[in-house]
Write a protein that binds this ligand. Sequence first.
Ligand SMILES: Cc1ncc(COP(=O)(O)O)c(C=O)c1O
Length: 390
Amino acid sequence: MKNIKLAEDTISKLELNKLTKWIISTKILTKSKVSKKFEHIFSNWNNSKYAVFVNSGSSANLLIAQALLESKLLINKTIILPSVSWATTVAPFMQLGFKVILCDTDKENLGLDINHLKKLIKKHKPSCICLCHVLGHSNNIKDILKLVRTNKIKLIEDTCESLGSTYNKKKLGNFGLASSYSFYYGHHISTIEGGMVCTNNKSFYNLLVSIRSHGWSRDWDKNYKKKIMKQYKLNEFENLYTFYNSGFNIRSTDLNAFIGINQMKKIDRVIKTRNKNYQLYKKLLKNFWHQNDDNQFISSFAFGTIVKNRLEVYEYLKSKKIESRPIICGSIGRQPFWIKHFGKTKLANADFIHNHGIYLPNHSNLTESEIAYICNNFLKIAKPIFFDNE
Ligand SMILES: Cc1ncc(COP(=O)(O)O)c(C=O)c1O
């Protein structure tokens, strides 16, 4: 059996050939129509009004964080973030001076634990809540929406691992003010490196495109640009180098957008296959814990489970040339970058995932016999364990 990797051929040879021909025949490789076209195709497919292409999923989160600050939509700088998430789900908010509070994880879907969230809202009165849909699984959107509506809280979604997953038939990333996506090589689709922010809010979109590029106005539509220039009493020449927001340069290039456009041609197939693979894993590993939101459509990122003897399983699988990983960051409250600032933060469910979570490969080129091979080997070594019986 060949090496079984977490990702393989996300960008095919055929796509790379197309790219090579296009680069040679093209004069401008950044900020031309190609990036706009990719954004347009992506937002249409995702059923979002606006999409903003950036150079990574981490930059997408950073961009949302800075746009929230510039938006004046927040009544304070307190945000509740998921303990089981990614380093750069949380770090941008720390870097930009938010008061960051970690919420424990739900034992079924690995999203936010509703009871803990209720307590944190009461205690900290946050302006914003951030979700992370872990490994393709949706949070408990219904209860979370109830809480954010009654408490007038802004909701944002890190959808970097859940492109194409739905909650009650609506694609994840469309439930709050803004959402982030990653197109890193190991994700559902890839632009080598890359990310996207989606929003349905036009003012927020105007902030995003400005902050993405230095804080300038060049990506605004004509009428909006005119209105702002008038407000600041600026002529066209002055406007060229006027910076309205405190920005970054986190653009991607048209080269990456060109890859993205071609990836969109196979996105539905990729998502369907990942779901099918996930169903097979669940059947073959039925005696092990798995994330549970099975009435929703899961565009699986990887198959996450929990085992008593994680290191042993990892090493055994490695000896069989099968890659595996911990369930993303485990608990952020146990990560050195967090501890350095706030000390070790205990969160019972997230700590359990930190100690026992493991994920197995799922990508759209994985065959049924490869999944059977992974599961057979996993079953030879792994010892099941469940929440609350450590
Ligand atoms: C949940 C989550 N958020 C954000 C990111 C960051 O994405 P990128 O690697 O494109 O910066 C990742 C990366 O894997 C992720 O899993």
